[in-house]
Design a protein around this ligand. Structure first.
Ligand code: PFF
Length: 444
């Protein structure tokens, strides 16, 4: 065991901002607008919100109960409340953090590269070819390594000195940039067409299991749930936080940024008649059509481009930090390593594991499907069962600091009876699409 006293957040605000930092990332500013536009527009937004309320918030609170209640990293926390039989779930969480970060840092590396390009030269020329070069191959490997270097440095700095400090500075900045750009985008001539593309209501989507599955896995990914990130962050809390209120603030901010991202991205693209670049695929949207818009926008294009990629980078960084922290906290607790060594060694291993994703975007897609969708769904289902049925008195834990909250018994009943069947259905569809994807990759 590590003898050093367990680290703690310096303030509640620090914890909330770090958790929002974990939640807000590439999932909000890149995945969400596209999922919405492709899956029924406003109907998707509605389903997404519904799933955040029905499963996202309950699971977040479940992670908080385990984390703050045990004050331990995932593997030991699950053992603490459930005995050794539950340790493998903690191992799955750590593995999930490891795998998600391996490819997340590759996409974050693209972002870093684009931010750099926006600053030093701006965008022009053949942006499709530019993206092709940035997305896979030696360039992608290089920027992936650079991004991981920054992530490791911050996590090595510890909870207060590294993670909290960066979140307190960066998250308000990100918020102002996104709000500012969304307002700017509203003044552009293409705004209406952009909004229509984003939010055009398709009622049939509400009844589709495929869309429901997409909305649910997007909710887990976006809220950083199902692999112990929120559990780990809450393990550094003191006793008296009002966790129900904080989870609503965190989920609300996460949705707000995702929704605003759509209001910012599509008008920018449609203002310049670049919609054709969008329909090809999701990736093209952010990394081809948007730089195209920045390039053709005239004098304002440059600062707008810099702000946009800076915000995207900040989102990616604060999320990557939480992914690495899950792995690092587990190593510190289980092997008694000092934080710096754990951050460095795990950072190197994760960087190496990401190289195949940096060399081939199909590999990236498969790892995303397995870790970003499947592991999170399995993790969330197991968490619901754990807190619903196994953990002794989760309500008592959450009630500390939230004495006035009356609906905690409803929360637990929900975790017991409603969430597991719902997530079993989601998991079934998720497994099916994973198998289909892997078959597709091998040409079967
Ligand atoms: N929530 C992050 C995003 O939306 O980009 C991604 C993420 C971070 C997923 C941390 C899972 C996690 F544990």
């Amino acid at each position: 065991m590590n003898d050093a006293p367990r680290e703690q957040w310096a303030s509640r605000m620090g914890f909330v901002l770090a958790a929002v930092g974990s939640a807000v990332g590439l999932g909000n500013m890149w995945r969400f607008p596209y999922f919405a536009a492709e899956n029924g527009g406003a109907a998707f937004v509605f389903l997404y919100l519904l799933m955040v309320a029905l499963v996202g918030l309950p699971i977040m609170l479940a992670e908080f109960a385990i984390g703050r209640g045990s004050k331990k990293s995932p593997i030991q926390a699950l053992e603490y409340f459930g005995g050794p039989a539950w340790k493998p779930l903690g191992v799955l969480f750590v593995l999930g953090g490891f795998l998600i970060l391996s490819y997340y840092a590759v996409v974050a590396g693209w972002t870093l590269r684009y931010a750099w390009q926006a600053v030093v030269a701006g965008f022009g020329g053949d942006l499709g070819a530019f993206f092709g070069q940035a997305a896979s191959g030696p360039d992608a490997v290089g920027w992936h390594i650079a991004f991981m270097l920054v992530t490791v440095t911050i996590v090595a700095g510890g909870i207060r000195g590294g993670i909290e400090r960066s979140a307190v500075i960066l998250m308000p900045l990100l918020f102002f940039i996104v709000v500012g750009l969304a307002i700017f985008a509203a003044t552009l001539p293409g705004a209406g067409a952009g909004y229509a593309f984003y939010l055009k209501m398709d009622f049939s989507a509400i009844l589709s299991f495929r869309v429901l599955t997409e909305a649910t896995s997007q909710a887990f990914f976006s809220l950083s749930l199902g692999m112990g990130a929120m559990l780990t962050y809450s393990s550094y809390l003191s006793r008296d936080d009002n966790m129900p209120r904080e989870s609503v603030i965190i989920a609300g901010s996460d949705f707000l940024i995702a929704f605003l991202a759509g209001l910012m991205v599509f008008p920018l693209i449609f203002a310049l008649g670049l919609a054709g670049d969008v329909s090809e695929d999701q990736i093209g949207a952010l990394f081809i059509a948007l730089p195209g818009a920045f390039g053709e926008m005239g004098a304002v294009g440059r600062p707008v481009g810099i702000l946009f990629f800076f915000a995207l980078l900040v989102g990616a960084l604060t999320s990557a930090i939480s992914l690495l922290e899950v792995v690092v906290s587990a190593i510190i607790d289980n092997w008694s390593w000092p934080r710096r060594r754990a951050a460095l060694v795990m950072g190197v291993l994760i960087t190496l594991a990401g190289i195949p994703s940096a060399l081939n975007t199909n590999v990236l897609g498969v790892v995303d499907q397995i870790a970003g969708n499947l592991i999170l769904a399995v993790g969330a289902l197991s968490l619901a069962i754990f807190v619903g049925w196994v953990m002794p008195d989760p309500i008592g834990e959450v009630r500390k600091g939230a004495e006035g909250v009356r609906w905690l018994p409803v929360w637990r009943a929900f975790l017991r009876y409603a969430v597991p069947p719902l997530l079993t259905v989601i998991l079934y569809f998720s497994v099916r699409s994973t198998i289909g994807m892997i078959r597709g990759l091998f040409g079967g």
